[in-house]
Design a protein around this ligand. Structure first.
Ligand code: SF4
Length: 328
């Protein structure tokens, strides 16, 4: 809503058709008390199959996200103590992000008889010949890692519980509507996310630094919103395009500032203290920068090599017969 009010609507989102197809696939996977889902689970993760009709599916309904998170925690504790199979359909988990609670809703969590909890992600992108688009699998793994972190908070106060770091990714098989699954180890993504969460500035600290009366109410004029959004430091990177509704807005700001971050985090990292395209070009041309700085030295060397290459190409063109030069 904020992006639309700013005049830069979110670049992503599912079409109504894709949304309905995704919902229908998820309902198929979870049909009959999760029979197919649990079959895929023990097929991929091992262990003994869940006896037919012996899987508990607790009711997780409660008022508000806080109530649903408390109900989910209770259901997880009860299922673990019961020592049987349980399928929690769309549980609600809470995780502290920048000092405030964030509520998360995995597609499902399965409780195993041995007290293990496994996150299940159901996606509508296909798994062709047992492999899926690596970028989509990576995004699903990062998402599941956040759920694992949130589940670990509940597991820490639940006797006999352990959160599995191997999550079950369920997708349509080849070009059909039949489910298939693969196991994704999310330990690396979990470690990265945990590190990032500890580094986040607390929301209270960000709010304290804002000018008095700042509001992000989408009902305000685009000018007021522009000024409010500009008062918060943004660190745009191309990855924002797949995850944040303000991506188009932040990209335009970043480009207007000539920030090298627009070119990607790896480029930004390589350029060290040079944060603008103008600064990089000036350093490469020998107009700015400390020649002892390895980044500045590398840029100047690259600029020299480029100049040599262009000079050689120009000399070759000048020597070439007229017809050949004309073809170029
Ligand atoms: S910098 Fe990226 S994540 Fe932050 S508000 Fe802008 S688009 Fe969103």
């Amino acid at each position: 809503m904020l992006a639309t009010a700013l005049g830069s609507p979110a670049p992503f989102g599912q079409s109504q058709f894709a949304f309905m197809r995704g919902n229908a696939f998820e309902a198929k996977v979870k049909a009959d008390g999760g029979t197919e889902l649990l079959r895929l689970m023990y097929e991929r993760l091992g262990g003994s199959p869940a006896p037919a009709g012996d899987v508990s599916t607790p009711d997780l309904s409660a008022a508000g996200p806080e109530g649903r998170a408390a109900r989910t925690a209770l259901a997880l504790r009860e299922a673990t103590a019961a020592g049987g199979w349980a399928l929690l359909d769309h549980p609600m988990l809470a995780l502290e992000v920048a000092g405030s609670p964030a509520y998360l809703e995995p597609d499902a969590v399965v409780v195993h008889p041995d007290g293990r909890w496994t996150v299940v992600e159901i996606k509508s992108f296909p798994m062709i010949d047992a492999s899926a688009d690596a970028a989509k699998v990576g995004a699903a793994a990062r998402q599941a890692a956040v759920y694992v972190l949130a589940l670990e908070r509940v597991a820490a106060v639940t006797e006999g519980a352990e959160v599995g770091h191997r999550v079950l990714l369920v997708c349509p098989k080849d070009f059909s509507n039949l489910p298939t699954a693969s196991v994704v180890d999310v330990r690396k993504q979990r470690a990265v996310t945990r590190r990032q969460l500890t580094r986040l500035t607390r929301i209270e600290d960000i709010a304290d630094a804002l000018p008095e009366g700042t509001t992000f109410d989408p009902a305000c004029s685009p000018q007021e919103l522009e000024s409010a959004v500009s008062s918060v430091t943004a660190a745009y990177a191309p990855e924002c395009l797949a995850a944040c509704e303000l991506a188009f807005h932040c990209r335009a700001r970043s480009r207007a500032q000539g920030a090298v971050a627009t070119l990607g985090r790896s480029v930004r990292g390589e350029l060290g203290g040079l944060t603008t395209v103008a600064g990089v070009l000036a350093a490469a041309a020998g107009k700015e920068g400390d020649p002892a700085d390895p980044t500045v030295a590398a840029l100047r060397r690259a600029a020299d090599l480029r100049a040599d290459a262009l000079e050689s190409a120009a000399a070759l063109r000048a020597q070439a017969p007229e017809g050949v030069a004309a073809c170029r």
